[in-house]
Design a protein around this ligand. Structure first.
Ligand code: SF4
Length: 342
């Protein structure tokens, strides 16, 4: 491999600290929390530095700002990066927001205008699905703190067959709290949207209670993400049963690597299971690991290249199912049935 010959932008997204939550929809999959050892960030950066000109370093793969020195940490992420800078996106930690009065000031300082918050219904389902008692009330308190500091909250809700009635109750709650009007008062915009989530990681385990298209509460349809592009599984099976293409993910000009606290490396294509692993930074040969990244030579991708969508439908599709999917999410579901075993 020619050193520094790789012109693609590389983002290193590292699980340096872990996550306070255990969301039942988490597409990454649950992993034990572990604070990685001192110097791990520098070591990981140096590992890739000879090969890539442009590298953005992120110290969080899961909940952002889980470490107490998040302000210094953000500066360090920027200092470690080269050629391109890490982004804040529209993310923040509701766990930290209700425990640390300084935190909202930090979000303001780094230019965050909107923070996305995730609900699974009201108190019962949100607490259960986040995996922590009190999560729903923390989300409400975070909403208030954000508004007071002129940052717009964005509420997203994950729906399935068991929580759909509670998710439908979020809409009147947004009205009762006057979230749109209160955001408009400072020039912000409140938004609320609902979706079933992709069917990978932890959410894949909820396939049996994935919502049927006809069971989506009517009041939520205007808020359902890309509703017009969703179909029932039976419909996708009919449409895709003769499809001779394969489901193969591919990097464009940007390569994003998710790195676990065990130094396992994955593309961010779907979840972080064994067959999707590119390799381990501590135990695999570095040149070989870089080659696999550049040539996209992993077990899962090689399996994916050798089976058509039509074959996947015949093996794993349910022609009687009304469970709702987008085309992309359904193909991903089928592929992971094959790659990871059903
Ligand atoms: S979805 Fe995000 S906050 Fe929830 S467990 Fe996964 S990484 Fe943590």
């Amino acid at each position: 491999m020619n050193k520094k010959s790789l012109t693609k932008h590389l983002s290193l997204v590292v699980d340096l600290y872990g996550c306070p939550n255990r969301c039942r929809h988490c597409w990454l999959g649950h992993m034990p929390n572990k604070k990685m050892e001192e110097g791990a960030d520098e070591w990981i950066f140096q590992y890739f530095e000879p090969y890539f000109e442009n590298i953005a370093f992120y110290s969080w793969l899961r909940e952002p700002d889980y470490c107490d020195d998040y302000r210094e940490r953000w500066d360090r992420d920027k200092r470690l990066s080269r050629g391109i800078m890490p982004q804040r996106f529209e993310l923040g930690s509701f766990w930290r927001m209700v425990r640390d009065a300084e935190y909202v000031r930090f979000l303001k300082d780094v230019g965050v205008h909107t923070v996305q918050l995730t609900f699974f219904g009201l108190e019962q389902y949100t607490d259960r699905y986040v995996g922590r008692k009190g999560a729903f009330h923390e989300l409400l308190r975070t909403t208030e703190i954000l508004l007071k500091n002129e940052i717009a909250p964005r509420w997203q809700a994950f729906i399935n067959a068991e929580n759909r009635e509670e998710v439908a109750l979020l809409l009147p709650l947004t009205e009762e709290l006057k979230l749109s009007e209160r955001c408009a008062a400072f020039g912000g915009e409140f938004s609320f949207f609902v979706h079933a989530g992709s069917c990978d990681g932890e959410n894949r385990k909820l396939y049996d209670i994935r919502i049927n298209k006809q069971d989506i509460p009517g009041t939520l349809i205007p808020y359902f993400l890309n509703y017009n592009e969703l179909e029932a599984e039976r419909e996708w099976c009919e449409r895709l049963k003769d499809d001779e293409d394969s489901v193969v993910y591919h990097n464009g000009e940007d390569i994003v690597l998710n790195i676990s606290n065990q130094y396992d490396v994955f593309f961010n294509f779907t979840h972080m299971t064994a067959n999707w692993k590119i390799g381990n930074m501590k135990t695999d040969d570095r040149e070989e690991l870089i080659r696999r990244i550049v040539e996209e030579d992993t077990r899962a991708l090689n399996l994916a290249r050798n089976i058509t969508v039509g074959e996947l439908v015949k093996k794993y599709g349910d022609f009687r199912s009304d469970k709702v999917f987008s085309r992309g999410d359904y193909k991903s579901y089928l592929l992971n049935c094959y790659v990871d075993g059903k």
